[in-house]
Design a protein around this ligand. Structure first.
Ligand code: NAP
Length: 255
């Protein structure tokens, strides 16, 4: 029996990278996947890939920063797809401007990153919460190494603050929703090769080398490296796991 049979799983930011890989992995484990992304075409492409592989998927455009749209999406998914039991809050963006950069750049980073990475997680979770509580749901939030420390990749303080916030939100929700049988966990990816860090990888190979010298497994991650942890946390295999963050960082945080 596949690990996620009979589940309906919503994945945000699933038009690319880690979200796309998790959506595909969930479909392989029998879930019907609701692919959401700010980019409609990218979401549709992920859903098509899942359908082509014999899985079940639908796609919708959703900008997680738009609270009312999140509420409308939860209703639309309930009406058109069914009762959601898994939510992966994956949509996220980065910024590279430090606090001492140009004012407009620092402020833009702060507002945009907090809007997507933190408010977006709240908006989508709040919108789908009635369904998740009714279905003993599972929430998987995508944190980061930067849920614990600041990386000078370079990275905006807003990104570090947002990912610390995602971990805090994960723990708060786990504490509050345990009585409803809802489990809430996070995954902490390390350096995963996606569009989010494409420019850094191309422009600063030295930085990647430095990062890898601090990574016991000695390689960067691929989106597929997140799939196993995401399936585990959403499945009954993790039935007594809540409030945890599962690092998928090649061991970065251990050294
Ligand atoms: P990615 O390849 O850029 O994918 C992110 C997806 O989210 C894109 O499809 C993006 O669409 C979408 N998105 C952006 N803003 C959105 C919004 N407002 N509403 C809905 N969707 C939105 O990045 P990724 O590396 O897979 O990142 C996924 C998650 O992993 C993020 O939370 C990121 O912080 C986290 N993470 C990544 C790494 C890493 O090394 N890659 C490490 C730690 C944590 P557009 O492309 O159209 O903007």
């Amino acid at each position: 029996m596949p690990l996620l049979a009979n589940h309906i799983a919503v994945v945000t930011g699933a038009g690319a990278g880690i979200g796309r890989a998790i959506a595909a992995g969930y479909a392989r484990e029998g879930a019907r996947v609701v692919v959401l992304d700010i980019n409609m075409d990218a979401a549709a492409e992920t859903a098509q890939q899942i359908l082509n592989a014999g899985g079940k998927a639908e796609s919708f455009a959703l900008d997680v920063t738009k609270r009312n749209d999140c509420v409308a999406m939860a209703k639309q998914v309930a009406d058109r797809v069914g009762a959601v039991s898994i939510l992966v809050n994956n949509a996220g963006i980065v910024g590279r401007n430090g606090m001492t950069g140009a004012d407009d750049a620092v402020i833009r980073d702060w507002e945009n990153i907090i809007a997507v990475n933190l408010n977006g997680v709240f908006n989508v979770t709040h919108a789908f919460l009635p369904a998740l509580r009714a279905n003993k749901g599972r929430i998987v939030n995508i944190g980061s190494i930067q849920s614990f420390l600041h990386l000078r990749t370079p990275s905006s303080p807003a990104y570090t603050a947002s990912k610390h916030g995602v971990l805090g939100f994960t723990r708060a929700l786990a504490a509050e929703l345990g009585k409803d049988g809802v489990r809430v966990n996070a995954i902490g990816p390390g350096f995963i090769e996606t569009a989010i860090n494409e420019k850094v990888r191309a422009s600063n190979p030295e930085l990647v080398k430095t990062f890898l010298s601090h990574t016991p497994l000695g390689r960067t991650g691929k989106p597929e490296d997140l799939v196993g942890p995401a399936i585990f946390l959403a499945s009954d295999l993790a039935g007594y796991v809540t409030g945890a963050i599962l690092m998928a960082d090649g061991g970065y945080l251990t050294v």
